[in-house]
Design a protein around this ligand. Structure first.
Ligand SMILES: Cc1cc2nc3c(=O)[nH]c(=O)nc-3n(C[C@H](O)[C@H](O)[C@H](O)COP(=O)(O)OP(=O)(O)OC[C@H]3O[C@@H](n4cnc5c(N)ncnc54)[C@H](O)[C@@H]3O)c2cc1C
Length: 381
């Protein structure tokens, strides 16, 4: 059962720039394109369409950023889970190279978009460290670094003392550094995308859960509890929150829960010990550990969990993970806990569907959606 409290309890809710909550849609309305879901994917889609003068509306069950986008770790991580040659083998010579290009330039795309529209979202671009948690993971990371660097994504290797200095931790003795990576405030980024999309002419509605979609002549008719919408195109951007509105879409992804915590405001001395140059960090564990600083003296640390409320064993998991990597902190140093849904796919690649003429869906960024959903929105538009 989804609960508004899930989204409300994150650190980001307390530190994000404000966006007046868009109103609920009522009555009958027509649009060229209706986007369902106001996260990174849906809002980027709407922004691009609005800039082209398309009459686009966005409907969200709750409000912009309520889903994973507003709760994310905000790490801009431009890398697939697979090796480049595996992606080419899987997608072939036309779509394979396109997928690689999109991954390679995905972080650039996010930071260029931020610059272009002057999005106020605390963006920092110092690179993404990915630590090897065991020997075999080290050789896997070395292969990734070599093959993706050859494909055009700059990845360095960092070891020993130098890595300990960059992380403030001795938990890893080998990591890759994806230089184009960085971080941002994910709820501010989402709200800024919404603000700019609206300035360009997109209309966004909150508390407008789409429950039905049916053909009406050449168009599609959508219904919410208080409105009907007629539209030539419908774009589903519902990711880990995909429901049964569009038959079969939910079954294309595996929703997983990601959970994280954020510390109290640390003293300058404590804060300076962790990721002192502003890198983000994640690791090679199957049940991943990931962390970063915000720019208000807090450290964020997360893993996978079992409930969006992030209680009980989910908190224990965060404490254990945090203690493994940064043993200088205690569970009582963590002030905020929250979780949300990410969408995995069986092949670990993002999916773009065209299930019927006039309907598109883009989802499944496998936990690395800050960069890739931003790209997905442009492609969908
Ligand atoms: C705790 C956490 C940490 C994460 N950390 C990172 C990270 O550091 N780096 C990274 O790259 N990725 C991270 N991710 C993943 C990333 O946040 C997602 O990939 C990305 O936000 C997906 O964006 P989206 O717009 O596709 O979906 P979402 O932001 O989930 O938006 C989907 C929206 O669809 C709406 N919706 C669903 N059904 C309907 C309906 N029927 N009618 C109307 N609206 C509907 C929902 O209300 C929701 O707002 C994290 C995710 C979580 C949960």
């Amino acid at each position: 059962m989804l609960n508004f409290k899930d989204a409300d309890q994150s650190l980001w809710q307390h530190t994000a720039i404000k966006l007046p909550k868009p109103e609920k849609l009522t009555g009958a309305i027509k649009a060229d394109v209706t986007v369902i879901g106001a996260g990174f994917t849906g809002l980027r889609t709407a922004l691009e369409l609005a800039q082209k003068g398309v009459n686009v509306i966005v409907l969200d069950s709750h409000e912009p950023g309520w889903g994973a986008s507003g709760r994310s770790g905000g790490q801009v991580n431009p890398l697939a889970h697979a090796q480049p040659n595996e992606i080419i083998d899987q997608l072939g010579d036309v779509f394979g190279p396109r997928m690689l290009e999109n991954y390679i330039h995905s972080a650039d795309e996010v930071f260029d978009l931020i610059d272009k529209h002057d999005l106020q979202c605390d963006s920092v671009r110092k690179g993404w460290l990915r630590g090897a948690h065991c020997k075999s993971a080290k050789s896997e990371l070395e292969k990734m670094a070599k093959n993706w660097s050859e494909a055009g994504l700059g990845i360095d290797s960092i070891e020993g003392e130098q890595l300990h200095k960059l992380t403030g931790s001795t938990a890893y003795s080998f990591a890759t550094l994806v230089k184009s990576g960085g971080s941002l405030h994910p709820l501010s980024y989402t709200r800024e995308l919404a603000r700019v999309a609206m300035e360009k002419g997109a209309k966004i509605y909150s508390d407008s859960k789409v429950s039905n979609i049916n053909r009406k002549g050449d168009n599609w008719q959508l219904t919410t509890d208080t409105a009907t919408i007629e539209s030539e195109w419908v774009v589903f951007c519902t990711n880990g929150y995909t429901d049964d509105t569009l038959k079969g879409l939910k079954q294309t992804v595996i929703p997983l829960i990601s959970v994280q915590g954020a510390t109290r405001e640390l003293t300058d001395e404590e804060y300076a010990q962790v990721l002192p140059e502003g890198h983000t960090i994640s690791d090679t564990r199957r049940v991943i550990y990931y962390g970063r600083r915000d720019n208000r003296n807090r450290i964020l640390f997360g893993s996978l969990g079992s409930s969006e409320l992030c209680e009980g064993s989910d908190r224990d998991r965060i404490h254990n993970a945090f203690k493994t990597v940064f043993p200088q902190f205690k569970p009582s140093d963590i002030e905020f806990y929250w979780g949300g849904r990410i969408a995995h796919t069986k092949d670990f690649l993002p999916h773009l569907h065209e299930p019927a003429p006039g309907i598109l869906a883009g989802l499944g960024c496998n936990g690395r959606g800050v960069a890739m959903s931003t790209v997905m929105g442009r492609i969908l538009s």
